[in-house]
Design a protein around this ligand. Structure first.
Ligand SMILES: [Zn+2]
Length: 96
């Protein structure tokens, strides 16, 4: 039997959803608004999951906790606009 299954990095972490407030200006109507941005907090598990290989073990040792942004697109809350735009912030990962 050929085991090609590779452990997903997600198996190393416990995921907790989080929201962060941020203010952005809509590029369409130029109105600034506060948004609830969804993030997920990945906390490293105490023990490596069973079935881990040596390469997984090395990755697990190096892995650290981080926050990853879930949302990419926002909808302008202005009822006359309702424009969709991309979050103008390139930081999608925050190491903890
Ligand atoms: Zn707008």
């Amino acid at each position: 039997m050929d085991y090609t299954w590779v452990m997903d990095e997600r198996d190393f972490y416990t995921e907790t959803p989080e929201t962060k407030r941020a203010t952005y200006i809509c590029p369409k109507c130029r109105q600034s608004a506060e948004f609830q941005i969804r993030w997920v907090r990945r906390t490293k598990k105490k023990h490596i999951p069973p079935g881990a290989r040596d390469s997984d073990r090395a990755k697990f040792t190096k892995a650290g906790d981080y926050l990853a942004r879930v949302d990419d697109m926002l909808t302008c809350p202005n009822p006359r606009c309702r424009g969709r735009f991309e979050i103008p912030d390139f930081q999608t990962v925050v190491l903890l």
